[in-house]
Each structure stands twice: as C-alpha cells, then as structure tokens.
Design a protein around this ligand. Sequence first.
Ligand SMILES: Cc1ncc(COP(=O)(O)O)c(C=O)c1O
Length: 382
Amino acid sequence: MTQRIREFLRNRREDGPCMVLDLEVVRDNYMKFASALPDTRVFYAVKANPAPEVLHMLATLGSCFDTASVQEIEMALAAGATADRISFGNTIKKERDIARALALGVRLFAVDCQAEVDKIARAASAADIDDAKVFCRVLCDGAGAEWPLSRKFGCDPQMAPDVLEHAYRQGLEAYGVSFHVGSQQGNTEAWDSALAMAADVFRACGERGIILSMVNLGGGFPTKYLKDVPAVEAYGNSIFNALRRHFGNRIPETIIEPGRGMVGNAGLIETEVVLVSKKSEADEVRWVYLDIGKFGGLAETMDESIRYPIRSERDHEGEKAPCILAGPTCDSADVLYEKQPYMLPVSIEIGDKLLIEGAGAYTTTYSAVAFNGFPPLKSYVI
Ligand SMILES: Cc1ncc(COP(=O)(O)O)c(C=O)c1O
C-alpha cells in the first residue's frame, strides 16, 4: 500500500467497499514498460481499468490503447488519445460497431477468421476508407498463466495466412499477427513459442507475396499477488532474444498490450467483515463473509485463479487459522476461496476492515450494477 492510499483511506467517509488506485504507481509501471521494451509501442488494454484519470495520464505519457468496444474507443478518445493510437483489439465485433470505429478514425482491427475480415472490408468499403489494417490473432495455449485466455480467441496458426490473404484480397492491409500468452504469465519465456508461430505466419504470407509488418505481443505481464513475479526487464530481455531468434535481423514492428501489469499493483480494495461463523460446533474452518465478492469486483477469484494478498490490522496479533472467504450475495457461487482456504488471524471480528492488494486491474469493471441491490464497486483514483 502506498503512503498516498493509506492517507486517503484514513480520511475517507465510510461508504462500503471501494477500490483506491494510485496514479503514481501507474506512471512508474508505464515508464518500466517503455524502458524494458524501448522499440515496442505500448497499447494499454483499457479493459483492465478504464478510469478516465488512468487513460488521461497514459495518453499524456504517449501510450496507445487496445480497446474491446466502441465505448472503450470513446473513452480513450475522451482521455486525449488520437484515433491513430487506438486499436479495436476484440476479435468479436458487430459490423455496425466496426463502422462506428472507422467513422471515429480507428484503422487497426484484430481478426481471427475470414467472416470477421468480411465485416471490416464491407464497413470500410461502405465508408470509402482504403487504409484499414488487420492483424490476425493466433491461438496460444496459455501454459504458465494464472488466467489463461486460450481457445476462445485466435485461430490455428496454419489458418492465419489464409485469413490474412483474404484480408489482402478484400483491399485491407494485412498488417501482422497477434497472440496473448495468457494473463498473469509467470514464465518469461512464454513468448518464445508464440513468436516462432508468428515467424512461420510471416514466412507463409511472404511466400504468397504478402509482406506483414507487425507482431502484437499481447498482454500477460504479471502483477504481484501472493507470489513474487519476475521484473518487466526480464520479460523485455526474453522477448527481445526470442525476436532475434525467430526473425533474425528482420525484426518486425512490435506492440504490447499490458493491462494487469500496468494497473494491478496500483490499486487496493478496502472491504469490511460482515460475518464470521461456523457451520457446526466441530467445524475447524471458519466462514468469513466480506462486503465484496465475485459480483462486487472479485470475479477473478473464479476457480480460485487469482489469489489476492489480504491484509488485516490484526496480522501482528499472532496466530492465523484457515478461513473460507465468501462474498455477501445470496448466490452460492459467491465464494472466493474454499478449495484452498485463506489464512487469516484467529482474532478477526465482524466489522474489521481488510485490505485486498493488487486490485487495480479487472475489479471495478467486473462488478455488477445491482446484484442483490449492492451498488457497483466504488473507484477512487488519486
Ligand atoms: C486482446 C487483449 N490484449 C491485452 C489484454 C490484457 O492482458 P493482461 O491484463 O494480461 O496484460 C487482454 C486481456 O484480456 C486482451 O484480451
């Protein structure tokens, strides 16, 4: 927790769970990405945390933006980004949203099949636009990632040259290849096999007379939760070496799309213990119910994938015991950690405040609007 967050929480009026994010940490993270990968453009993944203050600061620092919807494009534009610094990175888009993005000036689009290429080609042709670019996302198995993104996005790398050739024949620029090695990727070498695939796609397209220019290295850069993670420099070195290995001295233009690694460690959630109970006298594990759960912003505890560090003012009081942590709603899926119970101080009581660290990414936007009547997670950017 930064000193600025500590002071903010000390002075804040009590109003339920909230996420507080320190912009200085985001600035620091951006600078680390920029220096670890100096020849790579940063496209911040807006979905991780679209707070206007975050987008504005990153736009000022020179960041570009990876967006998933027209709404995110509009947020990036409102924050001061120009349309040439925005990509529409979702492979699943409505044709009318593509048309809207083109009208807003966006020219860079992700695809992973020919049907998606057709939508972009039709929308561009209807608007008389001849400089739209597409990159084709290829599947990655997500090995080594705590939040894998395999299966749903991307095509088999064997299929990518056909998709890109189709784009080329439809009058679009076949611009490059993208992949995502899985979010919270702990293995700095995970980009190696993905870059080998990308180089194969470059070669196959080259044999068809189509010269690709760009590799989108995706996100995956981790934030620190309970376990330590390698520094961004280690990822930068490993990616640079893999680029040299697979592309020789013809290194393509590259971009990264960090989300979690940009904002995760900048935010913290303050939550309150609503109830501590047992299911029977003999129970050794207590149930600790918080005023935030899966529907209040902690969706990434699904399958207990992301294990947040949780601090209590009683941490120094000594003994800890295993607890099942659950949210406040009446859905029985709203349990955060049960398979692997969480160690909390035995002295913990109803009304205690807990601090959930590393909560700057994928929290506020996952919180439901009014499930069980609870308001969405409040966000304060300081
Ligand atoms: C296309 C795309 N780019 C970037 C990201 C950000 O990934 P991360 O938060 O692991 O950096 C995501 C996450 O879902 C994504 O879907």
